[in-house]
Write a protein that binds this ligand. Structure first.
Ligand SMILES: [Zn+2]
Length: 139
């Protein structure tokens, strides 16, 4: 069996192409951000993938700061009416924050696959009664 590619460049590569993290050829998404059920080339089941709100978090951390800085700069420099922010700051914020979501989600899913990360499972093993020492049979 072929070993999966685990390099960071592989993760970034499949994330940029929105491709399957195992084969790199199949589609990862069925829509803009909805994951497909499985890879249409190698059949990898994507049910392991659960990036939760990770893509939104990273998008907010890296893109919302410059977008907010733009809005603050616009306000402090020109003191425009509110509708100017609605037609400039809001689109800037959407354009900076929404498009990276697909790449970030693909990178997190690929990273999850490559690192075999999954939710912790706690199972309780059934207890077996300790073996009792056999007593010697009475004479
Ligand atoms: Zn695949």
């Amino acid at each position: 069996m072929e070993q999966p590619n685990t390099s960071p460049t592989w993760i970034l590569s499949v994330a940029a192409r929105s491709a399957c993290p195992r084969c790199g050829k199949g589609k990862l998404f069925d829509g803009f951000l909805t994951l497909a059920r499985q890879c249409d080339v190698c059949g990898l089941d994507y049910s392991f993938a659960d990036p939760a709100d990770g893509p939104a978090f990273f998008s907010m951390m890296f893109m919302a700061i410059p977008a907010t800085a733009f809005g603050i700069w616009l306000e402090l420099t020109y003191e425009p009416p509110l509708w100017v922010h609605a037609v400039t700051t809001l689109p800037v914020m959407l354009l900076l924050c929404v498009p990276p979501l697909r790449f970030l989600k693909g990178a997190l899913v690929a990273s999850q696959y490559v690192n075999k990360a999954e939710e912790a499972r706690f199972t309780i093993e059934p207890r077996t009664p300790p073996e009792t020492p056999k007593r010697p049979s009475p004479p």
